[in-house]
Design a protein around this ligand. Structure first.
Ligand code: FEO
Length: 396
């Protein structure tokens, strides 16, 4: 990614990772970027770095604008290594003694990632740093999504450097929202659903705080994907909507199957939901990636989970999905379980236990059918679908 000037004397100098397809369990089908920003003021300031493997690209990009040795300050908004992995190479070039600004938790966490004794300058929430014509304001955003996370705001330009928040895993030739249009919202939604969903309550508080502060927001510059310049409020409004987790009249039937019996049940349940006017679809766990299913879960009113019983337990992909979904803590869902079994039939009970742990409202004790569903079994699946349809909450 060639450096570009995104505002007067402010440059995007990060890197594009065109080929990443798995970001610790999240499918990044469109790749991603690791954004870093260089502010050319009296004190030349770099905000964030890149993943370790892209450090040379970052340094080359900076070098097109200024000799990295001339950088005065480095800011780390977030410790996770897709943004800090490039620090050792970068600090080596910039000068190991240059001030490295971060939150208090950033200081602790960076120190645990890197043995170098850098010149850490831990900042307070609301702390300011003059860099010449501009003043940077630091805003702690603890647990959005790490304890160390913070934003850096430049009031003179109305630019918010928002770290992971408002990002998207998207690699493309476009740099701004205006270039890519509405298509980017799908990537932004997936990013939210898989990274930030469990912190929805904090996002609502943060948006409220930012709005009350009356900050001018001419541009939001996240650490992944495109920059919000044409309409920064669009992504803020989307975050408010997604964080509220209002369910739609929509149901997902998420399942895996061994000999098509659980699949037959899934499709019968979907048929019945559809007959009741519910936007429903089956999601086979070996056809859909867990992170794409989570994106669909975001606004679903019901999640119905099916698994055959295998070796007295759940099918591996089903427990994988349930574990993943549980970690992201979706709210306002109803649920149900189903599955085919041979002789022991524990799967439904085990799914129920997981859904209860997620505080889903179970609308049925669950449906298990031995071996292959017959006409009675299909009718029972239809009944289950109808029952879920009757119970689903409608907020749209
Ligand atoms: Fe993009 Fe939390 O790192």
């Amino acid at each position: 990614m060639k450096p570009i000037e995104i505002a007067k004397d402010i440059f995007s100098v990060g890197a594009i990772d065109w080929n990443i397809r798995d970001f610790h369990g999240y499918s990044t089908n469109h790749g991603t970027t690791y954004n870093a920003y260089l502010v050319m003021d009296e004190k030349i300031t770099l905000i964030d770095t890149v993943k370790k493997e892209f450090a040379d690209e970052l340094i080359a990009n900076i070098s097109e604008i200024v000799d990295p040795k001339k950088i005065d300050y480095v800011i780390s908004n977030h410790t996770e290594m897709d943004h800090s992995g490039g620090l050792p190479r970068l600090m080596h070039k910039v000068g190991e003694d240059k001030p490295l600004y971060c939150s208090k938790m950033g200081y602790k966490n960076l120190s645990r990632h890197f043995p170098q004794k850098w010149n850490y300058q831990a900042v307070e929430d609301g702390g300011e740093l003059s860099i010449g014509k501009r003043t940077l304001t630091f805003m702690e955003t603890r647990m959005l999504h790490w304890p160390d996370s913070m934003f850096t705001y430049v009031k003179e330009d109305g630019i918010l450097f928002s770290s992971d928040a408002f990002g998207q895993h998207y690699a493309g030739p476009e740099r701004f929202d205006a270039d890519v249009g509405d298509a980017i919202m799908a990537d932004a939604k997936k990013y939210f659903a898989n990274i930030l969903l469990l912190y929805s309550h904090l996002i609502l508080k943060l948006v409220d705080k930012v709005m009350q502060m009356g900050l001018a927001l001419d541009m939001i510059c996240p650490d992944h994907g495109i920059i919000w310049r044409k309409d920064p409020l669009k992504i803020i409004n989307a975050y408010v909507k997604w964080s509220s987790q209002k369910p739609r009249r929509k149901a997902l039937v998420v399942y895996d199957t061994m000999w098509h019996s659980t699949e037959t049940m899934a499709e019968a349940i979907v048929d019945a939901l559809g007959d009741q006017g519910v936007d429903a679809k089956p999601m086979h766990l070996r056809s859909w990636h867990r992170s794409d299913i989570m994106t669909e879960v975001l606004d679903a009113g019901a999640v119905i989970v099916g698994s055959p019983t295998i070796n007295n337990g759940l099918f591996p992909t089903v427990i994988d999905f349930l574990t993943y979904m549980k970690g992201l803590r979706p709210k306002n869902k109803i649920g149900a379980a189903f599955g085919s079994y041979g002789w022991s039939g524990e799967a439904v009970k085990l799914i129920n236990k997981e859904l209860e742990a997620m505080k889903f409202d179970l609308v049925d004790p669950g449906l298990k059918i031995q071996y292959v569903p017959d006409d009675h079994g299909i009718a029972a699946c239809h009944e289950l679908g109808k029952k879920v349809a009757m119970a689903i909450r409608i907020d749209d």
